[in-house]
Design a protein around this ligand. Structure first.
Ligand SMILES: [Zn+2]
Length: 499
């Protein structure tokens, strides 16, 4: 739902066989092709793109550098034409996707090649609207991820996080370390470059994630010497070993990750790299390791969790050397409420992601206090690997997780009713699809839609313009449209009777 619109007066804009799409800027050619696809799909009409402002070029995409805000756009439809103004290609693309919504929502007028007059002035509530896929648990092909991107841009998601390494697999080629990817399917660096280019044309940022120091059995199975001394004689087997970590005091860990981080940073154009930092089983690893205990003594630490300080001190220096910023999953001093501090002091230049059920309001307060920026992925609203209803993932016994219904996802207010200055460090929202029970792209899409519609609106639309009954009405044409595109969606039959 756009943040500001005004229904216009007078005649509709009539698209005909002479109508052209004008753009002054050749760099907008790909973006203009997305609008061509919209008219082909909604009106079955093929409109040419032109760079000359002729009388027939009544659909216009105009870059206006004086417009403030990277994604602020203005869309006007009058009897004389349709114009989208914005300061960037992503702003123009946002206007195109809103045009698609208008044409989809007014299908009868579209079938007659008419668009009713309207003026929309719009911009997102939050800068980053992210979805996260987990090909470490169940591999997804580059083709599948491209298809996923094609769908997410329709709802103005502008970033995709790829969870590339975990206990179950290592999915990114690292030159010089072929043993990392010897055990299963993986993306070559060439494939990832191609995927990043595909995403960039569609104004999607791909954020790579390498999870450390926990969730590392895939690297430990290839290089067991990177584990703590307590695990020296324990086999490291993908799919069997759990709760094992990189040793904080093994120098080779750092020489490995220096290379790995620099290669991954060079591969992805995003200014960010996510380095995990979650669910580290410190009591079973660092607390029982001879080397780590010696380091604790040397540093004068009383709590083994403090070893996260020197660990990330080194790891984050490689990120800074690559000219990037790090993102970490936010861990607090308790995994359930109440919690009142970080697990360890995160450096200020780290962006954190709030994720644990019920802890997001606390995370918003603590990150505000310490000056970290924050992404919100609260389990109870935005973990799309959670089932949508009881029995919805029967073969995985609901994957052992609580239920997150579509309505629950829609109830997410990333501001939690706080005054704006209490959450102005929140950069965006993220929907996660942890892959343990997500066996393929069809399951990923089924878990994503329709709940991602709700998250899209939570990330984009101010609370005063959000309304469950309005959302329910707008949901159906979008669901049917995705089905026509070959997307597996879940029919939310439970809300049909919800008046
Ligand atoms: Zn150790």
């Amino acid at each position: 739902m756009p943040n500001q619109y005004k229904i216009g007066q007078g005649k509709s804009f009539a698209v005909n066989n002479l109508t052209k799409i004008y753009t002054s800027n050749k760099q907008l050619d790909f973006t203009a092709s997305l609008l061509q696809q919209v008219f082909k799909k909604r009106m079955n009409i093929q409109l040419p793109v032109t760079h000359s402002p002729s009388a027939d070029a009544t659909i216009r995409l105009i870059i206006d550098p004086t417009i403030k805000g990277n994604e602020t756009y203005k869309l006007t439809v009058t009897a004389h034409g349709l114009t989208i103004y914005g300061s960037s290609s992503i702003a123009i693309q946002d206007g195109i996707m809103t045009t698609d919504q208008l044409l989809l929502g007014d299908a009868f007028a579209s079938s007659r090649h008419q668009i009713a007059p309207i003026t929309i002035s719009d911009k997102p509530r939050f800068a980053r609207r992210i979805l996260m896929l987990d090909p470490a648990r169940h591999f997804l092909s580059v083709k599948d991820i491209k298809f996923y991107i094609d769908q997410m841009i329709k709802y103005k998601f502008n970033a995709l996080q790829l969870h590339l390494t975990d206990d179950q697999g290592w999915r990114v080629e690292i030159k010089g370390y072929p043993k990392l990817t010897a055990g299963g399917p993986f993306y070559t660096q060439e494939e990832l470059k191609d995927l990043c280019n595909y995403a960039a044309l569609r104004n999607v940022e791909i954020i790579p994630e390498l999870d450390v120091p926990g969730h590392t059995v895939s690297i430990l199975s290839a290089y067991p010497e990177l584990a703590c001394t307590v695990n020296d004689t324990i086999p490291k087997i993908i799919g069997t070993t759990t709760d094992m970590m990189l040793c904080c005091s093994q120098q080779e860990v750092y020489s490995f990750y220096k290379v790995i981080i620099s290669q991954v940073c060079a591969l992805f154009p995003s200014p960010y790299i996510h380095l995990g930092g979650d669910e580290a089983a410190i009591s079973k690893n660092w607390a029982k390791c001879e080397r780590c205990q010696a380091l604790m003594k040397e540093k004068g630490y009383s709590n083994p969790a403090q070893l996260m300080i020197p660990f990330f001190d080194k790891i984050l220096s490689y990120v800074r050397d690559a000219g990037k910023k790090a993102i970490l999953w936010c861990e607090l001093n308790n995994i359930y409420a109440p919690a009142d501090d970080y697990l360890f002091p995160y450096p200020k230049d780290v962006m954190l992601v709030s994720w644990r059920n019920g802890l997001t309001p606390t995370c918003i307060d603590i990150t505000k206090r310490y000056g970290n920026t924050l992404i919100l992925a609260p389990g109870e609203y935005a973990y799309f690997d959670y089932p949508q209803m009881k029995g919805d993932l029967p073969e995985y016994n609901n994957w052992g997780m609580p239920i997150t219904t579509l309505k629950k996802s829609y109830e997410f207010d990333p501001g939690y009713g706080l005054p704006a200055d209490r959450y102005n460090h929140v950069d965006g929202v993220m929907g996660t699809l942890w892959g343990e029970a997500i066996i393929d792209i069809n399951r990923a899409l089924y878990m994503t839609y329709p709940r991602a519609f709700a998250l899209s609106e939570a990330g984009w639309t101010d609370m005063e313009h959000r309304n469950w009954n309005s959302f329910r009405q707008r949901l159906y044409p979008n669901l049917l449209d995705l089905i026509k595109c070959g997307v597996s969606v879940r029919a939310p039959f439970e809300i049909a009777k919800d008046n």
